[in-house]
Write a new protein. Structure first.
Length: 98
């Protein structure tokens, strides 16, 4: 997949564990070509489909990465990376067609 919106990943420059987790996530995503959500779940069993978005758990569920995956063209668009508390507030759902 081609990953766009990576500026959203820079938010956690102070949390080295989060950066390692994000780096591992990115490496996996760049090496695959998913055709549907089921393919994502094969790599990331805890990923969730919410509206038009896919939610990935980062650093043992401490953070949530929200993305849109454009399967037909092989693009994964990072919309945001949130703490679990920010995610629970739900404001991010407006950008996911929920």
């Amino acid at each position: 997949m081609t990953i766009v919106g990576t500026a959203n990943l820079l938010r956690f420059h102070g949390d080295r564990s989060a950066l390692r987790s994000l780096s591992a996530w990115r490496k996996i995503c760049e090496s695959v070509k998913w055709e549907r959500f089921l393919d994502v779940r094969c790599q990331f069993p805890n990923a969730d489909s919410v509206g038009q978005c896919v939610v990935f758990n980062i650093r043992h569920n401490r953070y949530r990465l929200i993305a849109k995956i454009h399967y037909a063209v092989g693009i994964l668009e990072v919309l945001s990376v949130l703490t679990h508390a920010e995610y629970d507030r739900g404001g991010w759902k407006n950008g996911c067609g929920c």
